[in-house]
Structure formats: structure tokens, C-alpha cells
Design a protein around this ligand. Structure first.
Ligand SMILES: [Zn+2]
Length: 169
């Protein structure tokens, strides 16, 4: 491989856990007594990934593209928003190469949902599932995640020129 343009981006997001909401992480509905509050569906993981892709592209953050002042994004499916950002990256000549993400939640236990979340994200990002890594951790009951007040997500993505897509298969 010669010298190629390679971009890396990082994203971080937090949403408050409240009663009366559905918990959606990476496009997957996770059975739990509470869910994440947000103007959209509150999918903290999808939002962190969106910010990571925008970061890699040098294009600001999620609020620039999907402002919460716009009623069209009320209750929005964040996985659809993620797909739009993946298309934006394609328009810029880049495709997602791989994703690594960590969800920080004291409860519920997410390990049994990780594979389904990876499948959903793989489809939304247009990359093979083995290039989509999702980890779940707790903060050992410390801090806002530990007190179950909210869930946080961190994401790192790498982007490569879209022309390489076929060559990587
Ligand atoms: Zn968010």
C-alpha cells in the first residue's frame, strides 16, 4: 500500500435515562424499564458514531446537520440519521473503514445485545460486521452512569477513500 488519505474521528454523547421512554442503542430496542431522553429517539450510540464520522470529515457535529430546533427531528430514527451521514461521507469521497465503540451503562446488561447492535450498525455503515466493534462497560457504580442517571457512548471511526471499497473486499 502506498501513501493514502486516511481519516480518523471521535464522538462522545450522553443521554439521560428516564421512565416512559424506549431504550434504543445502535438502532436496537433493548428491553428495559427506562429509556433515553432525547429530541430524537435518544440513540446515544448512533449519535456518538455520527459525531465520529463528522469529526473525521472535519464537518462539525450532529447539531449542525440535525438541529433540535427543527421539528422534523422530533422522535427521529437515529439510525436513519446515521445513514444520511454515511451518504454525506460518500459524497465527500469517503467510506467507513471500521468502527470501535463503547457504551457505558450500569444497567441494563448489554452483552447479549451487542451482536444485534453490530449487525444493525454494519448495515447502516455499509461495512462488514467484523469491522464493527461494540463494547459495553460500567463505571463500577461511580458517577452519573454508575448512578444510572444516564448512558454514555464513545465512538472512533476510520474513513478511507471510497474508491478503495472494492479493493478491500
Ligand atoms: Zn445524542
Amino acid at each position: 500500500m502506498g501513501v493514502e488519505i486516511f481519516k480518523v474521528g471521535f464522538g462522545y454523547d450522553v443521554h439521560r435515562l428516564v421512565e416512559g421512554e424506549t431504550l434504543i442503542l445502535g438502532g436496537v430496542t433493548v428491553p428495559y424499564e427506562r429509556g433515553l431522553l432525547g429530541y430524537s429517539d435518544g440513540d446515544v450510540l448512533a449519535h456518538a458514531i455520527i459525531d465520529a464520522i463528522l469529526g473525521a470529515l472535519g464537518k462539525g457535529d450532529i447539531g449542525r446537520y440535525f438541529p433540535d430546533s427543527d421539528p422534523v427531528y422530533r422522535g427521529a430514527d437515529s439510525l436513519m440519521l446515521l445513514k444520511r451521514i454515511v451518504n454525506l461521507a460518500r459524497d465527500e469521497g469517503f467510506t467507513v473503514n471500521n468502527l470501535d465503540a463503547t457504551v457505558v451503562a450500569e444497567k441494563p446488561k448489554l452483552m447479549q445485545h451487542v451482536d444485534e447492535i453490530r449487525e444493525k450498525l454494519s448495515s447502516a455503515l455499509g461495512v462488514a460486521v467484523h469491522l464493527v466493534n461494540v463494547k459495553a462497560t460500567t463505571t463500577e457504580t461511580l458517577g452519573f452512569c454508575g448512578r444510572e442517571e444516564g448512558i454514555a457512548a464513545y465512538a472512533v471511526v476510520s474513513l478511507v477513500p471510497a474508491a478503495q471499497e472494492g479493493a478491500r473486499a
